[in-house]
Ligand binder design. Structure first.
Ligand code: TYM
Length: 326
């Protein structure tokens, strides 16, 4: 077994949707067999958008429950909360002194979020990718499984690692992003030209992992389709391609196999079958989420904290020495 390290994370911002699962978490489960895996709940990143403290606390625990319900095994991987290992912010500061303004200005997510949160374009939003680089580099991470929207951020982590190594000597592993061929960019149900996003204006954009069966049916029934009648994918059929991608990933089959299932059937039949498939996936997960108590989750998170802290302290000591901090 390889001991190569894997690191990934999700923001506890309330809504975890099918895009997060199909784009990222689904591949985590497979990869834990191959890598020494660390999964983080990145609460400090969530602060870049205004949060209510009680809700942030609740969402953090809820996200840990989701990780567990989806099958992450705390015996086999480390699960912890970002803010509980202070080395993340410490390293982020040092990396901030290496990141160049134009590199950060180029970040698509910063540009998008600056438009979406005009009233709160804070410095944290701007240096967000530097904190993400710290998350990754602190653990000698080789592999970062993410959706396509995070690729640019992982690129920055690579750039900062190289820059640090060049100036201060070999310190950081250069990480690689792992992006799935299918599902790396699940699109909005209400607009198949934009990615599915928890910050979408309408809740008809996404399926949350906590949506009940009726809500899923309603959202899929309302999902935008393309002109035509046949259930087929194609570059001129972004909506159907997206829905077929979701269907095929949930069934662990190819899009061609999903298309074949619906030959001779219309959009309504396909949507009914898709809702069923989504609910078949979500319902056992929702049961597991509600069956997990906070105490169990907190214990897992504190165990994860102490494991992560040990690794982070060691790396930070090396970084401080290299930089010349006493
Ligand atoms: P976040 O919380 O926005 O998203 C979590 C994961 O879900 C993926 N994702 C998608 N994949 C496919 N289709 C979509 N529509 C879609 N929307 C989101 C994201 O690519 C991501 O993998 N900055 C990160 C969190 C983070 C992190 C890290 C990740 C912080 N530090 C270190 C990896 C390593 C973020 O905001 O993800």
């Amino acid at each position: 077994m390889s001991t190569s390290r894997l690191f990934s994370g999700i923001q506890p911002s309330g809504i975890i949707h099918l895009g997060n699962y199909l784009g990222a978490i689904k591949q985590w489960l497979e990869l834990t067999k191959k890598y020494d895996s660390i999964f983080c709940i990145v609460d400090l990143h969530a602060l870049t958008v205004r949060q209510k403290s009680a809700e942030l606390r609740k969402n953090t625990i809820e996200l840990a429950k989701i990780y567990l319900a989806l099958g992450l095994d705390p015996q086999k991987s480390t699960i912890f909360i970002q803010s509980q290992v202070s080395e993340h912010t410490e390293l982020a500061w040092i990396l901030n002194t290496l990141a160049k303004l134009p590199e950060l200005e180029r970040m698509t997510q910063f540009k998008d979020k600056s438009i979406a949160h005009k009233e709160n374009i804070n410095a944290g939003l701007f240096t967000y990718p530097v904190l993400m680089a710290a998350d990754i580099l602190l653990y000698d991470t080789a592999a970062v499984p993410v959706g396509e929207d995070q690729k640019q951020h992982v690129e920055l982590a690579r750039t900062l690692a190289r820059r640090f190594n060049e100036y201060f000597g070999e310190t950081f592993v250069i990480p690689e992003s792992l992006i799935q061929k299918q599902g790396a960019r699940i699109m909005g149900l209400d607009d198949p030209l934009k990615k599915m996003s928890k910050s979408a204006v309408s809740s008809f954009n996404f399926i949350a992992l906590t949506d009940d069966a009726k809500t899923v049916e309603k959202k899929i029934a309302r999902a935008v389709t393309d002109s035509g009648r046949e259930v087929v994918s194609g570059s001129d059929k972004p909506a159907l391609t997206n829905l077929l991608t979701i269907h095929s990933l949930l069934k662990n089959q190819t899009i061609a196999q999903s298309e074949k299932e619906f030959v001779g059937q219309g959009y309504a039949d396909f949507k009914k079958a898709l809702s069923l498939e989504i609910n078949k996936f979500l319902q056992p997960i929702q049961k597991k989420i509600s069956a997990t108590d906070d105490k169990t989750v907190l214990k897992i998170l504190f165990d994860g904290q102490s494991r992560a802290k040990k690794l982070a302290e060691k790396k930070m000591k090396e970084v401080k020495e290299k930089v010349g901090l006493i």
